[in-house]
Ligand binder design. Sequence first.
Ligand code: AMP
Length: 563
Amino acid sequence: MTKTSYEELVNIYEEISVTSAKLEKRDIVAKFLKKISENDPDSIYDITLLLQGKIFPPWSDKKMGVSTNIIIEALSKILGESPKDIKRKLATVGDMGEITEELIKNNKQVTFFKVPLTVKKVITNLRNTVDFSGHNSQSKKINMILELYTSASPLEAKYITRTITEQLRIGVGEGILVDAISKAYNIDKEIIDRAYMLSNDLGEVASRTLESVESVKSLSITPGKPIKPMLAQLSPGIKESIEEMGEVLCETKYDGIRVQIHHYDSNTKIFTRRLENVTEALPEIVEYIESALPDVDFIVEGEVIATQDNKPISFQYILQRVKRKYDIDKMRDEIPLKVFLFDVLYYDNKTIAEEPLISRRELLEKIVTTSDNVELSTKKIVTPDNVQDAIDLFNWSVESAHEGIMFKAINSPYSPGKRGKNMLKYKPIRETLDCVITGGSYGKGRRAKFYGSYLLSILDDETGEYKTLVHAATGLDDELLESLTKRMKKLVIKEEDGSLLFKPEVILEVAFSEIVESNEYETGYSLRFPAIIKVRDDIGLDQVDTVSKLKQILELQNVNNIE
Ligand code: AMP
């Protein structure tokens, strides 16, 4: 058995990158994998990762520890080029890999001490950089990659850089790799695909193929290793979707972040849809989950939303919570969270993901003790005979400030990473109108010193006057709230009992779900769920939307109405 040289892998990278045909790429990879499994089976795991340009599997929360700046520093150290010059080159060429290759090729002064690099050496050094932290970590990282660059040929150096920058650019996606593994070992593609979906680790799949088909088939979900979430397609309409799908589990669509919660060995970890570990940022979700479910190993999925007085608030707030690294306890009080669970993928040593949705849901209902903080998604089972139930759920969901509804095929398994017809999402149609601010009032609570709500008007094209249409308060982030208030202060015409009239000057684009009749506003109409999108400084007052445009949208709305 020989250790595979890095040069051999690099030659394969080059060969793949010059062919554009997918089948040819697949064949090159398949042949290479076959060879590795005969000559150097211990490297099959690492090589499968490196073929995807990765040093860790996708389920791992370890990230590449080296930035482009560190590469530049390392290169400037060995080659004597100034970091500034290298950065200038990067700005024109764009590919740090190519620059590395050029620099090493053109360097005449330094003779490198050439120790042939093995695949194992490259991946080990790159992995080591991840664990350095704190004092001196930068220079330790530089040393790790210097060791590689000083032994590398120009071409090898190019791919070391591209692996570090996570831009391999050889045009091999996971689809080609799945096909190549299937071809190399003559195992059905479906078997490889399933093993990959559930393990989220192609290296592991390739290693198992060396053992037996049975070993590949036995690969499954493991608590602690997040899998890619199943994705939703857009629904064309409530009625159409239910007629196409037959029996459907309709659920409220929540506007927060999707979480995959793994509990194993009495520990809980929370992953986002991009499989980032956000456990530390959301300590109360760990507590809520641990008191809502028994202490067995499980994986459940749901949506975490931010609340105020137990009502959902804008998506922005949950983002603030997830990104937060410090003062988490303070944030916990400021932005309370709750979680709506909607799926279970693993429970008490059993993979549940492959069971029909309806059984998974039944299990979820059995194992979760709900509370104010942990609820199950609101659901209704709907068939083409009772579409109205879905419409009711949709209206209720939107009125409760949720985002819309989901349609899920009742008998479908959980398909990790797939965007198929088994899960659809339906949100209110968001039309927009450009309105001018003609009035407003101060905000409440934290927003008391700003104008928190604006009275918006559109142009009556018959009379040429502005007519009021709606009050809008949502959609303003803190920055916009402050800058808009400053601007509007100069335009006040009248202030009475906290109610203001403004000179029409500032135009806002506002999105809404529906136009409804209303006696409250001069147009005779109003907008449901208005949300401010942005200030339209790019258009003039003569381009504010008109009452006739409003009526046009209303007509379309009536035609499209599902009833
Ligand atoms: P989108 O983010 O628009 O692609 O819509 C799909 C997303 O809806 C999922 O990734 C979840 O974050 C979110 N979601 C909210 N409520 C549910 C639910 N009841 N079932 C599934 N996904 C949901």
